[in-house]
Design a protein around this ligand. Structure first.
Ligand SMILES: [Zn+2]
Length: 411
């Protein structure tokens, strides 16, 4: 029965911002994100969880037994990339909702004696597509970003985070509940679990990532009337960078380095104008910090080489490093025991993608879990995870939440 409820809830949530291709389009603080958030609020209300919203739009649905005690936080994100799959983030929030409700019912029935309070969380703007950077709400929660500058971040139309949250009715004032531990479940977005026939991935570390925001400055000119010698074509310089990033990744052993350019904006983008400016977002990732350092040096050398050619000027506007760090071994061991109790197979693995849990693990013991992703397809409408895998994950997360709620030591 509970399983049927979960699948019905997931189908209902997937209809919000649904695309014709079977995915969702629900970028942070858009009308569609607002609708998904109101759906979650009504779920909290119907199931007796107390709703709160903090200043940066993180939503909480809590069950409190011990006034003043910290909470076991469980969640993920409801926002999506453009034309994305319906599982990324949303599955984790809904699994958290069902796991928390089940644990709360066990407490009410007296079969579980809690040492902490319990709350679901929907983190604001995990994806970072409309507002950059990603992992924004959880970043504020852990103190990596401050509230004021986060609310002032603008999208490409100049709308601030603060304005966008107010527009959808989620500019909150509630305090952030202190956490004692954190758990998150997510689709793998890779193919290891499917290829090895494993039910659950238990994440031990995250890949390191370097992200660069780059502007190539040229000079706008007439495509039909400007001699080649007189051109400063920003798109030529930008194209060299795009290809160099791929070549750089291919120069390492397979699987060591990922590199891509995700965002690429040509200005003024007219058929008869030599582009004056191109901005691009470069993303390099590796499990090995040395490989990423090497790739960083090589990328800077490519930037220098393009600059030295003299046709364009390349400027790195911002760069960030997300180091590779490990999840607490106490949580890994706890999760393995939980998988055993739930009768599910599990394996340890690292996460290549970023998740809010990467932030949370820096401040509290954190458990990060994966369920299989069909063919590893993600950030794509064809993203798919089978019903049984979704339900296995809910059972697993429920075991983990119950264990976190009752263990004597949070270490
Ligand atoms: Zn996600």
């Amino acid at each position: 029965m509970a399983e049927r409820d979960f699948l019905a809830d997931f189908a209902a949530l997937s209809r919000i911002g649904a695309t014709a291709g079977g995915g969702v389009h629900r970028e942070a603080a858009t009308a569609e994100d607002g609708a998904a958030r109101r759906w979650l609020c009504s779920w909290f209300e119907r199931h007796g969880l107390h709703t709160a919203v903090d200043e940066v739009g993180n939503m909480y649905g809590s069950a409190e037994w011990l006034p003043g005690a910290p909470s076991v936080l469980v969640g993920s994100h409801l926002d999506s990339q453009p034309t994305a799959g319906r599982f990324d983030g949303a599955y984790g929030v809904l699994a958290a909702v069902h796991a928390v409700a089940a644990a709360r019912d066990a407490v009410t029935a007296g079969t579980v004696v809690p040492m902490y309070n319990l709350a679901v969380v929907n983190w604001f703007n995990e994806e970072g597509s409309r507002f950059s950077p990603s992992l924004m709400g959880s970043g504020v929660y852990v103190g990596a970003f401050d509230v004021e500058s986060t609310l002032a971040v603008t999208d490409r139309a100049g709308v601030t985070v603060g304005e966008a949250l107010a527009d959808i009715g989620f500019a909150g004032t509630d305090p952030m509940p202190p956490a004692v531990s954190y758990a998150e479940i997510h689709i793998e977005q890779g193919r290891i679990l499917q290829d090895t026939g494993t039910d659950i991935g238990i994440v031990t570390a995250n890949w390191a990532a370097r992200k660069y925001s780059v502007t190539v400055h040229g000079a706008q000119a007439h495509t039909g009337a400007t001699h080649l010698a007189d051109r400063h074509d920003a798109l030529i310089g930008a194209s060299r960078l795009v290809l160099a990033v791929r070549e750089l990744a291919e120069a390492f052993e397979p699987g060591q380095l990922l590199g891509s350019v995700g965002r690429f904006t040509v200005s003024p983008n007219s058929p008869v104008v030599v582009p004056g400016t191109v901005t691009l977002a470069v993303d390099l990732r590796s499990a090995d910090p040395d490989v990423l350092d090497k790739a960083h040096e090589q990328f800077l050398a490519v930037v220098d080489a393009v600059n030295n050619d003299g046709e364009v000027a390349v400027e790195i506007d911002s760069l960030s490093l997300r180091p590779s760090t490990r999840y607490q071994s106490s949580g890994i061991v706890l999760a393995e025991a939980a998988a055993g109790r739930a009768g599910l197979s599990s394996r340890r693995m690292s996460t290549m993608a970023g998740h809010d849990s990467v932030n949370l693990k820096d401040v509290v013991p954190t458990v990060m879990l994966f369920v299989p992703s069909d063919a590893g397809i993600s950030h794509n409408e064809a993203e798919y995870t089978a019903d049984q895998d979704l339900l296995n994950g809910v059972a697993m997360l429920t075991e983990v939440v119950t264990a976190l709620l009752t263990r004597g030591s949070a270490g």
